[in-house]
Design a protein around this ligand. Structure first.
Ligand code: AMP
Ligand code: FE
Ligand code: FE
Ligand code: ZN
Length: 281
């Protein structure tokens, strides 16, 4: 078993990098990619723990890209997580996250919900704060009945405290990963929300032209039809097939590390394929 899309407490997951690797060991996984949003600060700890427990750890990151249709997330694999150019861009993105959170806190206050910046820093371990952290704090403070309720009533797009996120252009997100020696993959490709086959073809071609090299065809929420569709796209554009669960611990209920409900087992050669693609650039 492998899992190439995992979040830790360095972004909006609830397990520390060490806890992720320990859990991977317990579940019998061979390889895990750490792919936190806009930060690589969990990677060294995961690599260290991986060496101790005999789990292969792939350094990764997840970056949001601007998209006219739906949600575009780009994963980077086998990045040099000490690349100075990349670290500077990620610093910028996290600064924008903090800005956005301040704006959301103001809007929450206008709706008589008080959450402090200090609470957010604590909840997000001072790293890469996002709406899931706010939902947790709103729930703990008793402002909402559930974390989902926090999104539905305040945080979702169109709700009273919504503030859009500053995103990189898709080409810039891909270039950033390439420049750090990594392989760029499109995460949970169903979320770009393009269903027309010709349109999907055009959109994917545009990403490939920007340097996209892999596609997350295996994803827990993908139906068998979607998995097949994305495997076909991988073949058509010579993309490496990847698979990841987007595990966030208790911040994403129903998702288990390394478990793909609609698939027996995802292929293992994807790690070698990604590594080869990273080395052959
Ligand atoms: P952010 O990066 O701050 O925009 O937060 C995005 C994360 O919030 C996503 O990865 C989801 O886990 C969660 N999220 C976004 N929209 C919703 C929603 N409508 N309901 C529940 N969770 C959501
Ligand atoms: Fe997340
Ligand atoms: Fe994502
Ligand atoms: Zn993710």
């Amino acid at each position: 078993m492998i899992d190439l899309h995992v979040h830790t407490t360095m972004s909006d997951g609830t397990l520390t990098p060490s806890e992720i690797i320990a859990l991977a060991r317990q579940k019998g996984l061979q390889a895990v990619a750490i792919t936190d949003h806009d930060t690589v600060s969990g990677i060294d700890e995961a690599l260290q723990m991986g060496l101790e427990l005999g789990i292969e750890v792939i350094p990764g990151v997840e970056i949001s890209g601007a998209c006219d249709y739906g949600i575009l997330h780009i994963l980077g694999y086998f990045i040099n997580h000490n690349d100075v150019g990349m670290l500077a861009e990620l610093d910028y993105l996290r600064a924008q996250r903090k800005n956005r959170i301040s704006q959301i806190l103001k809007k929450l206050l206008q709706n008589n919900l008080f959450i402090s910046e200090a609470d957010v820093i604590r909840e997000s371990h001072g790293s890469s704060p996002g709406r899931p952290h706010l939902a947790n704090l709103m729930y703990e403070a008793g402002y909402v009945k559930t974390r989902q309720d926090a999104f539905d009533r305040y945080l979702r797009k169109g709700a009273p405290a919504y503030v859009p996120k500053v995103k990189l252009e898709a080409a810039d997100a891909i270039r950033l990963i390439e420049n750090a020696g990594g392989v760029a993959a499109i995460a949970h490709p169903h979320s770009i929300n393009v269903t027309d086959p010709d349109k999907l073809n055009d959109v994917m071609k545009s990403f490939v032209d920007m340097g996209l090299k892999a596609i997350e065809a295996f994803y827990p929420q993908h139906t068998p039809e979607q998995t097949r569709l994305f495997l076909n796209i991988a073949e058509k554009f010579d993309l490496v097939v990847t698979g990841g669960t987007d595990f966030h611990g208790s911040n994403k209920p129903g998702v288990e590390l390394g478990v793909f409900p609609n698939v027996n087992e995802i292929p293992h050669d994807m790690v070698a394929n990604l590594r080869n693609r990273a080395l052959s650039r």
